[in-house]
Design a protein around this ligand. Structure first.
Ligand SMILES: Cc1ncc(COP(=O)(O)O)c(/C=N/[C@H](C(=O)O)[C@@H](O)C(C)C)c1O
Length: 403
Protein backbone atom coordinates (compact mmCIF):
# COMPACT_ATOMS: atom_id res chain seq x y z
CA UNK A 1 0.00 0.00 0.00
CA UNK A 2 2.90 2.33 -0.76
CA UNK A 3 3.12 4.85 -3.61
CA UNK A 4 6.71 6.06 -3.43
CA UNK A 5 7.00 7.27 0.15
CA UNK A 6 3.24 8.02 0.31
CA UNK A 7 0.41 5.73 1.46
CA UNK A 8 0.80 3.23 4.31
CA UNK A 9 -1.42 2.49 7.30
CA UNK A 10 -1.05 5.13 10.02
CA UNK A 11 -4.02 4.06 12.14
CA UNK A 12 -4.62 3.44 15.86
CA UNK A 13 -3.91 -0.15 16.94
CA UNK A 14 -7.66 -0.66 17.54
CA UNK A 15 -8.32 -0.29 13.80
CA UNK A 16 -5.69 -2.75 12.61
CA UNK A 17 -7.94 -5.86 12.84
CA UNK A 18 -10.56 -4.13 10.65
CA UNK A 19 -7.88 -2.93 8.23
CA UNK A 20 -6.40 -6.43 7.94
CA UNK A 21 -9.84 -8.01 7.43
CA UNK A 22 -10.63 -5.41 4.73
CA UNK A 23 -7.27 -5.89 3.00
CA UNK A 24 -7.89 -9.65 2.85
CA UNK A 25 -11.40 -9.10 1.44
CA UNK A 26 -10.09 -6.56 -1.10
CA UNK A 27 -7.49 -9.06 -2.37
CA UNK A 28 -9.93 -11.97 -2.57
CA UNK A 29 -13.05 -10.29 -3.94
CA UNK A 30 -11.75 -7.27 -5.91
CA UNK A 31 -8.38 -8.46 -7.15
CA UNK A 32 -9.22 -12.16 -7.52
CA UNK A 33 -12.96 -11.84 -8.28
CA UNK A 34 -13.78 -14.56 -5.72
CA UNK A 35 -17.46 -15.67 -5.86
CA UNK A 36 -17.80 -13.57 -9.04
CA UNK A 37 -17.79 -10.39 -6.92
CA UNK A 38 -16.56 -8.10 -9.71
CA UNK A 39 -19.07 -9.58 -12.20
CA UNK A 40 -21.85 -8.85 -9.69
CA UNK A 41 -20.44 -5.32 -9.16
CA UNK A 42 -20.30 -4.56 -12.91
CA UNK A 43 -23.80 -5.95 -13.51
CA UNK A 44 -25.20 -3.68 -10.78
CA UNK A 45 -23.26 -0.66 -12.11
CA UNK A 46 -24.93 -1.35 -15.45
CA UNK A 47 -28.50 -2.13 -14.31
CA UNK A 48 -28.74 0.06 -11.17
CA UNK A 49 -26.13 2.71 -12.03
CA UNK A 50 -26.89 3.09 -15.73
CA UNK A 51 -23.32 2.52 -17.02
CA UNK A 52 -21.67 2.99 -19.44
CA UNK A 53 -21.74 6.79 -19.29
CA UNK A 54 -21.33 8.54 -22.67
CA UNK A 55 -18.12 10.04 -24.02
CA UNK A 56 -19.76 12.99 -25.77
CA UNK A 57 -18.22 15.56 -28.16
CA UNK A 58 -18.72 19.12 -26.85
CA UNK A 59 -19.40 20.92 -30.14
CA UNK A 60 -19.46 24.47 -28.81
CA UNK A 61 -16.33 24.04 -26.64
CA UNK A 62 -14.52 22.30 -29.54
CA UNK A 63 -15.24 25.37 -31.68
CA UNK A 64 -14.21 27.77 -28.90
CA UNK A 65 -10.90 26.00 -28.22
CA UNK A 66 -10.05 24.92 -31.76
CA UNK A 67 -9.61 21.28 -30.76
CA UNK A 68 -11.64 18.13 -30.17
CA UNK A 69 -13.18 18.36 -26.68
CA UNK A 70 -14.94 15.25 -25.38
CA UNK A 71 -16.85 14.96 -22.11
CA UNK A 72 -16.93 11.82 -19.98
CA UNK A 73 -20.42 12.13 -18.55
CA UNK A 74 -20.21 10.87 -14.95
CA UNK A 75 -22.91 13.45 -14.24
CA UNK A 76 -25.28 10.99 -15.94
CA UNK A 77 -24.46 8.15 -13.53
CA UNK A 78 -27.36 7.33 -11.19
CA UNK A 79 -27.30 9.87 -8.33
CA UNK A 80 -25.59 12.52 -10.44
CA UNK A 81 -21.89 11.93 -9.75
CA UNK A 82 -19.05 9.40 -10.09
CA UNK A 83 -19.43 8.66 -6.37
CA UNK A 84 -21.77 5.70 -6.98
CA UNK A 85 -18.95 3.67 -8.63
CA UNK A 86 -17.06 3.55 -5.32
CA UNK A 87 -20.04 3.50 -2.94
CA UNK A 88 -21.72 0.58 -4.72
CA UNK A 89 -18.43 -1.37 -4.80
CA UNK A 90 -17.74 -0.89 -1.09
CA UNK A 91 -21.31 -1.58 0.12
CA UNK A 92 -21.42 -4.73 -2.03
CA UNK A 93 -18.04 -5.78 -0.61
CA UNK A 94 -19.31 -5.19 2.94
CA UNK A 95 -22.24 -7.49 2.15
CA UNK A 96 -19.88 -10.19 0.85
CA UNK A 97 -17.86 -9.76 4.07
CA UNK A 98 -21.01 -10.35 6.17
CA UNK A 99 -21.09 -6.82 7.63
CA UNK A 100 -24.47 -5.57 8.87
CA UNK A 101 -24.02 -1.78 9.12
CA UNK A 102 -22.56 0.92 6.89
CA UNK A 103 -21.09 4.28 7.93
CA UNK A 104 -19.62 7.00 5.73
CA UNK A 105 -18.49 10.64 5.78
CA UNK A 106 -19.41 13.25 3.24
CA UNK A 107 -18.64 16.85 2.42
CA UNK A 108 -20.40 17.83 -0.81
CA UNK A 109 -22.99 15.22 0.05
CA UNK A 110 -22.51 13.38 -3.23
CA UNK A 111 -20.60 10.54 -1.57
CA UNK A 112 -23.15 10.43 1.24
CA UNK A 113 -25.99 10.31 -1.26
CA UNK A 114 -24.29 7.60 -3.32
CA UNK A 115 -23.68 5.52 -0.18
CA UNK A 116 -27.29 5.96 0.94
CA UNK A 117 -28.57 4.87 -2.50
CA UNK A 118 -26.25 1.84 -2.56
CA UNK A 119 -27.40 0.87 0.95
CA UNK A 120 -31.08 1.10 -0.01
CA UNK A 121 -30.33 -0.92 -3.17
CA UNK A 122 -28.53 -3.59 -1.10
CA UNK A 123 -30.79 -3.44 2.00
CA UNK A 124 -28.05 -2.30 4.43
CA UNK A 125 -28.64 0.13 7.34
CA UNK A 126 -26.56 3.30 6.90
CA UNK A 127 -25.36 6.32 8.93
CA UNK A 128 -23.68 9.29 7.23
CA UNK A 129 -21.45 11.71 9.19
CA UNK A 130 -21.62 15.21 7.76
CA UNK A 131 -20.20 18.53 9.00
CA UNK A 132 -22.80 21.01 10.24
CA UNK A 133 -21.42 23.60 7.78
CA UNK A 134 -21.71 21.25 4.84
CA UNK A 135 -25.24 20.21 5.88
CA UNK A 136 -26.23 23.85 5.51
CA UNK A 137 -24.67 24.29 2.07
CA UNK A 138 -25.74 20.97 0.53
CA UNK A 139 -29.34 20.65 1.72
CA UNK A 140 -30.77 18.87 -1.34
CA UNK A 141 -28.27 16.02 -0.80
CA UNK A 142 -29.07 15.80 2.94
CA UNK A 143 -32.73 15.35 2.02
CA UNK A 144 -31.84 12.71 -0.59
CA UNK A 145 -29.83 10.69 1.97
CA UNK A 146 -32.82 10.67 4.33
CA UNK A 147 -35.19 9.78 1.46
CA UNK A 148 -32.97 6.78 0.73
CA UNK A 149 -33.43 5.70 4.35
CA UNK A 150 -30.04 6.73 5.80
CA UNK A 151 -29.47 8.59 9.06
CA UNK A 152 -27.40 11.80 8.82
CA UNK A 153 -25.23 12.49 11.89
CA UNK A 154 -24.31 16.21 12.10
CA UNK A 155 -20.66 16.74 13.06
CA UNK A 156 -20.24 19.97 15.05
CA UNK A 157 -16.66 19.66 16.33
CA UNK A 158 -14.06 21.99 14.78
CA UNK A 159 -15.17 23.73 11.61
CA UNK A 160 -17.86 21.15 10.99
CA UNK A 161 -16.62 20.20 7.55
CA UNK A 162 -15.26 17.10 5.86
CA UNK A 163 -12.05 16.78 7.90
CA UNK A 164 -13.96 16.44 11.18
CA UNK A 165 -16.58 14.23 9.55
CA UNK A 166 -13.88 11.75 8.50
CA UNK A 167 -12.35 11.73 11.98
CA UNK A 168 -15.75 11.12 13.62
CA UNK A 169 -16.49 8.28 11.18
CA UNK A 170 -13.08 6.69 11.90
CA UNK A 171 -13.92 6.86 15.62
CA UNK A 172 -17.26 5.10 15.07
CA UNK A 173 -15.54 2.42 12.97
CA UNK A 174 -12.91 1.79 15.65
CA UNK A 175 -15.74 1.17 18.14
CA UNK A 176 -17.89 -1.02 15.90
CA UNK A 177 -15.43 -2.90 13.67
CA UNK A 178 -17.22 -6.23 14.21
CA UNK A 179 -20.42 -5.45 12.30
CA UNK A 180 -19.63 -2.16 10.56
CA UNK A 181 -17.90 -1.22 7.30
CA UNK A 182 -16.67 2.33 6.72
CA UNK A 183 -17.24 3.41 3.10
CA UNK A 184 -14.52 6.03 2.53
CA UNK A 185 -15.53 8.58 -0.12
CA UNK A 186 -12.26 9.08 -1.96
CA UNK A 187 -8.82 7.59 -2.69
CA UNK A 188 -7.68 8.60 0.80
CA UNK A 189 -7.16 6.77 4.10
CA UNK A 190 -5.00 3.79 5.07
CA UNK A 191 -4.22 0.95 2.65
CA UNK A 192 -6.28 -0.72 1.09
CA UNK A 193 -8.68 2.24 0.68
CA UNK A 194 -6.70 4.32 -1.89
CA UNK A 195 -6.13 1.27 -4.13
CA UNK A 196 -9.63 -0.15 -3.66
CA UNK A 197 -11.41 3.16 -4.36
CA UNK A 198 -9.21 3.68 -7.43
CA UNK A 199 -10.10 0.17 -8.66
CA UNK A 200 -13.83 0.82 -8.24
CA UNK A 201 -13.54 4.22 -10.01
CA UNK A 202 -11.29 2.91 -12.80
CA UNK A 203 -14.43 1.91 -14.73
CA UNK A 204 -14.42 5.59 -15.84
CA UNK A 205 -11.13 5.34 -17.75
CA UNK A 206 -11.77 1.75 -18.83
CA UNK A 207 -14.84 2.98 -20.72
CA UNK A 208 -13.27 6.29 -21.83
CA UNK A 209 -10.22 4.55 -23.35
CA UNK A 210 -12.42 2.20 -25.43
CA UNK A 211 -14.82 5.01 -26.38
CA UNK A 212 -11.91 7.27 -27.40
CA UNK A 213 -10.52 4.60 -29.73
CA UNK A 214 -13.99 4.12 -31.24
CA UNK A 215 -14.83 7.84 -31.64
CA UNK A 216 -11.42 9.42 -32.15
CA UNK A 217 -9.74 6.39 -33.66
CA UNK A 218 -6.87 6.96 -31.22
CA UNK A 219 -6.00 7.72 -27.58
CA UNK A 220 -6.63 11.28 -26.30
CA UNK A 221 -3.71 13.73 -26.03
CA UNK A 222 -4.94 14.80 -22.59
CA UNK A 223 -7.38 13.82 -19.83
CA UNK A 224 -8.44 16.62 -17.46
CA UNK A 225 -10.20 16.00 -14.12
CA UNK A 226 -10.80 18.01 -10.96
CA UNK A 227 -9.20 16.75 -7.74
CA UNK A 228 -10.57 16.93 -4.20
CA UNK A 229 -9.59 13.66 -2.51
CA UNK A 230 -8.71 12.45 -6.03
CA UNK A 231 -11.17 9.60 -6.72
CA UNK A 232 -12.79 10.86 -9.93
CA UNK A 233 -9.25 11.92 -10.88
CA UNK A 234 -7.70 8.49 -10.35
CA UNK A 235 -10.74 6.86 -11.96
CA UNK A 236 -10.37 9.02 -15.08
CA UNK A 237 -6.58 8.47 -15.19
CA UNK A 238 -6.08 4.82 -14.12
CA UNK A 239 -6.28 3.09 -17.51
CA UNK A 240 -4.26 5.87 -19.23
CA UNK A 241 -1.28 5.92 -16.81
CA UNK A 242 0.68 3.49 -18.98
CA UNK A 243 -0.10 5.45 -22.18
CA UNK A 244 2.78 7.95 -22.18
CA UNK A 245 1.22 9.91 -25.06
CA UNK A 246 -1.81 10.83 -22.95
CA UNK A 247 -1.08 13.79 -20.64
CA UNK A 248 -2.97 13.81 -17.33
CA UNK A 249 -4.07 17.04 -15.61
CA UNK A 250 -5.41 17.17 -12.02
CA UNK A 251 -7.22 20.47 -11.40
CA UNK A 252 -7.36 21.56 -7.77
CA UNK A 253 -9.32 24.33 -6.09
CA UNK A 254 -7.30 27.56 -6.05
CA UNK A 255 -10.00 28.98 -3.76
CA UNK A 256 -9.71 32.74 -3.37
CA UNK A 257 -5.88 32.80 -3.50
CA UNK A 258 -2.90 30.48 -3.23
CA UNK A 259 -1.38 32.78 -0.56
CA UNK A 260 -1.52 30.97 2.77
CA UNK A 261 -1.95 32.77 6.11
CA UNK A 262 0.26 30.53 8.28
CA UNK A 263 -0.48 32.52 11.43
CA UNK A 264 -4.23 32.01 11.16
CA UNK A 265 -3.69 28.40 10.06
CA UNK A 266 -6.04 29.05 7.19
CA UNK A 267 -5.39 28.12 3.57
CA UNK A 268 -7.88 29.99 1.36
CA UNK A 269 -7.64 27.14 -1.16
CA UNK A 270 -7.45 23.34 -1.36
CA UNK A 271 -4.42 23.03 -3.62
CA UNK A 272 -2.65 20.33 -1.60
CA UNK A 273 -0.82 18.93 -4.65
CA UNK A 274 0.56 22.35 -5.59
CA UNK A 275 1.23 24.04 -2.24
CA UNK A 276 0.96 21.14 0.23
CA UNK A 277 3.79 19.43 2.05
CA UNK A 278 4.35 15.83 3.10
CA UNK A 279 2.44 14.72 6.19
CA UNK A 280 0.00 12.20 7.57
CA UNK A 281 -3.78 12.63 7.31
CA UNK A 282 -6.60 10.16 7.86
CA UNK A 283 -4.25 7.19 8.03
CA UNK A 284 -1.98 7.81 5.05
CA UNK A 285 1.22 9.70 4.32
CA UNK A 286 0.47 12.16 1.53
CA UNK A 287 0.68 15.84 0.61
CA UNK A 288 -1.48 18.20 2.62
CA UNK A 289 -2.03 21.79 3.70
CA UNK A 290 -0.27 22.12 7.06
CA UNK A 291 1.35 25.03 8.86
CA UNK A 292 5.01 25.04 9.95
CA UNK A 293 4.07 23.22 13.19
CA UNK A 294 2.46 20.44 11.18
CA UNK A 295 -1.09 21.51 12.09
CA UNK A 296 -3.59 20.68 9.36
CA UNK A 297 -4.86 23.96 7.97
CA UNK A 298 -8.45 24.82 7.19
CA UNK A 299 -8.96 24.61 3.44
CA UNK A 300 -11.37 26.53 1.28
CA UNK A 301 -13.20 26.15 -2.02
CA UNK A 302 -16.43 27.47 -3.50
CA UNK A 303 -17.15 23.75 -4.06
CA UNK A 304 -17.56 21.54 -0.99
CA UNK A 305 -16.29 18.51 -2.86
CA UNK A 306 -12.84 20.03 -3.40
CA UNK A 307 -12.71 21.58 0.07
CA UNK A 308 -10.27 19.09 1.59
CA UNK A 309 -6.80 19.72 3.03
CA UNK A 310 -5.33 16.43 1.81
CA UNK A 311 -5.26 14.38 -1.38
CA UNK A 312 -4.90 10.70 -2.31
CA UNK A 313 -1.37 9.32 -1.81
CA UNK A 314 -1.24 7.68 -5.25
CA UNK A 315 -2.17 10.93 -6.99
CA UNK A 316 0.46 12.76 -4.93
CA UNK A 317 3.02 10.19 -6.09
CA UNK A 318 2.00 10.52 -9.77
CA UNK A 319 2.47 14.29 -9.47
CA UNK A 320 5.87 13.88 -7.80
CA UNK A 321 7.03 11.55 -10.61
CA UNK A 322 5.75 14.01 -13.24
CA UNK A 323 3.20 11.58 -14.73
CA UNK A 324 0.34 13.88 -13.63
CA UNK A 325 0.47 17.69 -13.91
CA UNK A 326 -1.18 19.44 -10.94
CA UNK A 327 -2.85 22.73 -11.82
CA UNK A 328 -5.54 24.85 -10.18
CA UNK A 329 -8.19 27.45 -10.89
CA UNK A 330 -9.75 29.86 -8.40
CA UNK A 331 -13.35 30.20 -7.23
CA UNK A 332 -14.21 32.85 -9.82
CA UNK A 333 -12.84 30.85 -12.75
CA UNK A 334 -14.80 27.82 -11.55
CA UNK A 335 -18.06 29.79 -11.22
CA UNK A 336 -17.57 31.34 -14.66
CA UNK A 337 -16.94 27.88 -16.11
CA UNK A 338 -20.11 26.63 -14.34
CA UNK A 339 -22.15 29.24 -16.23
CA UNK A 340 -20.26 28.78 -19.51
CA UNK A 341 -20.85 24.99 -19.75
CA UNK A 342 -24.51 25.46 -18.81
CA UNK A 343 -25.06 28.07 -21.52
CA UNK A 344 -22.84 26.60 -24.25
CA UNK A 345 -23.48 22.87 -23.90
CA UNK A 346 -26.71 22.56 -21.94
CA UNK A 347 -24.91 20.76 -19.11
CA UNK A 348 -24.99 22.24 -15.57
CA UNK A 349 -21.84 20.74 -14.00
CA UNK A 350 -21.08 20.26 -10.31
CA UNK A 351 -18.99 23.20 -9.08
CA UNK A 352 -16.23 20.63 -8.50
CA UNK A 353 -16.26 19.51 -12.15
CA UNK A 354 -16.42 23.16 -13.29
CA UNK A 355 -12.80 23.53 -12.11
CA UNK A 356 -11.68 21.19 -14.91
CA UNK A 357 -13.42 23.42 -17.47
CA UNK A 358 -11.95 26.54 -15.86
CA UNK A 359 -8.51 25.09 -16.53
CA UNK A 360 -9.26 24.50 -20.22
CA UNK A 361 -10.49 28.10 -20.59
CA UNK A 362 -7.40 29.48 -18.84
CA UNK A 363 -5.06 27.64 -21.23
CA UNK A 364 -6.82 27.63 -24.61
CA UNK A 365 -9.70 30.11 -24.18
CA UNK A 366 -9.99 33.13 -26.52
CA UNK A 367 -8.24 35.36 -23.94
CA UNK A 368 -5.46 32.87 -23.22
CA UNK A 369 -1.96 33.67 -24.56
CA UNK A 370 -0.15 31.10 -26.71
CA UNK A 371 1.77 28.83 -24.37
CA UNK A 372 3.65 25.56 -23.96
CA UNK A 373 0.71 24.39 -21.82
CA UNK A 374 -1.67 24.94 -24.75
CA UNK A 375 0.58 22.89 -27.06
CA UNK A 376 0.96 20.14 -24.43
CA UNK A 377 -2.83 19.86 -24.18
CA UNK A 378 -2.86 18.65 -27.78
CA UNK A 379 -5.78 18.24 -30.18
CA UNK A 380 -7.92 15.55 -28.50
CA UNK A 381 -8.93 16.45 -24.94
CA UNK A 382 -11.18 14.39 -22.62
CA UNK A 383 -12.69 16.25 -19.64
CA UNK A 384 -14.27 14.29 -16.78
CA UNK A 385 -17.64 15.74 -15.77
CA UNK A 386 -17.56 14.23 -12.28
CA UNK A 387 -21.05 15.36 -11.34
CA UNK A 388 -24.08 17.50 -12.13
CA UNK A 389 -24.74 20.89 -10.58
CA UNK A 390 -28.26 20.49 -9.19
CA UNK A 391 -26.80 20.43 -5.64
CA UNK A 392 -25.02 23.74 -6.28
CA UNK A 393 -27.88 25.83 -7.63
CA UNK A 394 -28.54 27.62 -4.33
CA UNK A 395 -24.89 28.60 -3.74
CA UNK A 396 -24.35 29.47 -7.41
CA UNK A 397 -27.38 31.77 -7.29
CA UNK A 398 -25.96 33.50 -4.18
CA UNK A 399 -22.50 33.83 -5.74
CA UNK A 400 -23.90 35.07 -9.04
CA UNK A 401 -26.55 37.52 -8.00
CA UNK A 402 -24.97 38.74 -4.76
CA UNK A 403 -21.44 39.17 -6.15
C1 LIG B 1 -19.31 15.92 -7.92
C2 LIG B 1 -17.95 15.81 -7.25
N1 LIG B 1 -16.85 15.90 -8.02
C3 LIG B 1 -15.62 15.80 -7.47
C4 LIG B 1 -15.46 15.61 -6.11
C5 LIG B 1 -14.08 15.58 -5.55
O1 LIG B 1 -13.81 14.33 -4.96
P1 LIG B 1 -12.76 13.35 -5.68
O2 LIG B 1 -13.40 12.89 -6.96
O3 LIG B 1 -12.58 12.22 -4.71
O4 LIG B 1 -11.53 14.18 -5.90
C6 LIG B 1 -16.59 15.48 -5.29
C7 LIG B 1 -16.42 15.19 -3.87
N2 LIG B 1 -17.38 14.93 -3.11
C8 LIG B 1 -17.17 14.37 -1.79
C9 LIG B 1 -18.51 14.18 -1.10
O5 LIG B 1 -19.56 14.32 -1.80
O6 LIG B 1 -18.53 13.84 0.04
C10 LIG B 1 -16.21 15.19 -1.00
O7 LIG B 1 -16.86 16.20 -0.32
C11 LIG B 1 -15.22 14.42 -0.16
C12 LIG B 1 -15.36 12.96 -0.17
C13 LIG B 1 -13.83 14.85 -0.62
C14 LIG B 1 -17.86 15.59 -5.87
O8 LIG B 1 -18.98 15.49 -5.12
Amino acid sequence: GKFGDYGGQYVPEALMPAIEELTDAYERYVLDNEDGFMDDFRARLRDFGGRPTPLQRADRLSERYGREVYLKREDLLHGGAHKLNNALGQVLLAKYMGKERIIAETGAGQHGTATAMACAHLDMPCEIYMGERDINRQRPNVFRMKLNGSEVNPVTVGRGTLKEAISETMRDWATNVEDTHYVIGSVVGPHPFPSMVRDFQSVISEEARTQAREKLGRLPDAVVACAGGGSNTMGAFAEFVDDEETALYAVEAGGSTLEVDEEAGVAPNSASLTTGTEGILHGARTRLLQDRDGQIMESHSVSSGLDYAGVGPELAHLVDTGRVTAVNVDDDEALTAFHRLSQMEGIIPALESAHAFGYLESVVGPDAPDSEEADDLGKYVVVNVSGRGDKDLESAIEETYER
